[in-house]
Design a protein around this ligand. Structure first.
Ligand SMILES: Nc1ncnc2c1ncn2[C@@H]1O[C@H](COP(=O)(O)OP(=O)(O)O)[C@@H](O)[C@H]1O
Ligand SMILES: [Mg+2]
Length: 223
C-alpha cells in the first residue's frame, strides 16, 4: 500500500463511567506525514492507548475528524473500515497478542487468510516476513515455545506481512528485557527507513529519543 498521511482534527474521546465523564482525548490535532518516525509519550492514564486505538481505527472518536490519505474514516461503514484497516495498518502490542494454539507461521498467515490472499502466496509472504525478523528457524514454534523477544518479532512479522504503510506499536518493548527490546526497536527503525510510517507509543523516554519526532500527551491533551 502506498504511503498515506494521518490527520486528526479536533478529536475528542470521552468515556462515561457512571455519573462521571472521562475526557480521555481533548481536542487533539495531529498530522502524521507519510514515512514519519514518531513516538507518543505520556504517563500512565494520559490517553496514549486511546489515541492509538483511534489512529488504528480500532475505536471511533466522540467528536472530530480522522482522515487517512484524505479519506474520512467517519464516513466508512464498519465493514469498510475493517477492510481498510487491515490493508493500511499493522499493529504491535505490548502483550504480543499471538494465538497460543497456532505456530509462528500460522500466526503470521492469519491476517492474510482474512484478506483472502491465496494459500500459496500467504505462505510465501508469511515466511518472508518471518525471515525478515530473523525467525527462519522458529516458524513451527508456538508462542509458548518462544522467548518474549521472539514472540514480539513474530508479531512484527504478522504486522508487516500485510504490507501496510503504517505500523502502530503500543509499548512494543514493555514486556521485554533490554536486549530484546533493542532488537525490536532496530527492526522498527529499519522498517521506517524503508518508507513505512512508524508510530510508537511509549512511557520510556529512552525509546522516544530514538525516533525522529516526539509528541507528548498529558491528560488527553497533545502538545
Ligand atoms: N474503556 C474505557 N472506559 C472508561 N475509561 C477508560 C476506558 N479506556 C480508558 N479509559 C480512561 O481513559 C484515560 C486514558 O486511558 P488510556 O488511553 O488507556 O491511557 P494510557 O494508555 O496512557 O495509560 C484513563 O483515565 C482511563 O482510565
Ligand atoms: Mg496504554
Amino acid at each position: 500500500m502506498e504511503p498515506v498521511r494521518l490527520e486528526l482534527e479536533d478529536i475528542c474521546k470521552n468515556y462515561q463511567q457512571g455519573d462521571t465523564t472521562i475526557h480521555a482525548l481533548q481536542h487533539v490535532n495531529l498530522v502524521i506525514e507519510p514515512g514519519e518516525y514518531l513516538s507518543i509519550t505520556g504517563q500512565s492514564g494520559s490517553g496514549k492507548s486511546t489515541l492509538m486505538n483511534i489512529l488504528g481505527c480500532l475505536d471511533v472518536p466522540s467528536s472530530g475528524y480522522y482522515r487517512i490519505g484524505g479519506q474520512d474514516m467517519g464516513k466508512m461503514t464498519p465493514g469498510e473500515l475493517a477492510d481498510f484497516r487491515s490493508r493500511t495498518i499493522g499493529f504491535i502490542f505490548q502483550s504480543f497478542c499471538l494465538m497460543p494454539d497456532l505456530n509462528a507461521l500460522e500466526n503470521v498467515e492469519l491476517p492474510l487468510l482474512y484478506q483472502k490472499v491465496p494459500k500459496k502466496e500467504r505462505k510465501q509472504r508469511a515466511m518472508e516476513a518471518l525471515r525478515r525478523v530473523g525467525l527462519e528457524n522458529r516458524m513451527r514454534h508456538r508462542p509458548s515455545q518462544m522467548s518474549g523477544g521472539q514472540q514480539q518479532r513474530t508479531a512484527i512479522a504478522r504486522a508487516i506481512a500485510s504490507q501496510p504503510s503504517v505500523i502502530l506499536a503500543d509499548e512494543p518493548t514493555g514486556n521485554l528485557d533490554s536486549e530484546s527490546g533493542k532488537a525490536v526497536m532496530e527492526i522498527l527503525g529499519e522498517l521506517n527507513r524503508e518508507g513505512k510510517t512508524v508510530v510508537i507509543i511509549t512511557h520510556d523516554d529512552k525509546i522516544a529519543k530514538t525516533t525522529r519526532t516526539n509528541v507528548r500527551i498529558c491528560n488527553g491533551i497533545v502538545s
